[in-house]
Design a protein around this ligand. Sequence first.
Ligand code: PEP
Length: 262
Amino acid sequence: DRAAAPLGSIVGLGGSATVGGVDFALIAGPCAVESHEQMSASVEMAKAGGAVALRGGAYKPRSSPYSFQGLGDEGLRIMSEVRAESGLPVVTEVVDAETVDLVAEHADVLQIGTRNAQNFTLLRAVGRAGRPVLLKRGFGCTVSEWLQAAEYVLAAGNPDVVLCERGIRSFEPSTRFTLDLSAVAVVKHMSHLPVIVDPSHGVGHRHLVKPLALAAAAVGADGLLLDIHPDPASALCDGAQALDRERWFDLAGALRDVLTSL
Ligand code: PEP
């Protein structure tokens, strides 16, 4: 009975990792899974900076069909190996209803990307998968449409939904999308679901990730989804927005300062 659910739900991600409540959750990792070596280096970085879960895409929905599309099933296997080695839960995107069960075998959290945010067949399928769902906001969706997308997952029987603001399409080209931090405050007012922010995909430039991440913490987000990479210059996907080790540690420290001052 969702009407009776307490305000401010806490969603378990696997192990002791949670999103919502008093803790601020960092989920970090590369945009795409590229190799076992890259993921091992990434999870070491993620853990050292305080992340509670590792992100990484095995299936990459890219604007161009000629861009790197991800390692697919091999990427899933690498994710689950790195999970076993590190003990960190893993978050990865599922792009169609047919592969939900396969992805759920390898990942702790099923991510729905912005391009599938209103794929209602997929939303119903992840609602039945028995895994928490990280639901990106569609870049053309209003807050109401985003919350109704979440309802598809909840109505299918899955109460464990984390909302993720990742930027909407606007007329402004200086950032990749326009990160709508006002939506975080709006959703915190309207919904019991935890809300995190992905400044990496929102702004698209690593030098802008830190200020937006700190602003997200200040506006009341429950956590962040961040692109980090051991060697951003060699990244096969979205390297320009990935934080290297130094920037990631710098951000993690600055976040602690902001969060303790709130
Ligand atoms: C991602 O997080 O890997 C991703 C592709 O994000 P989005 O769906 O927000 O573009």
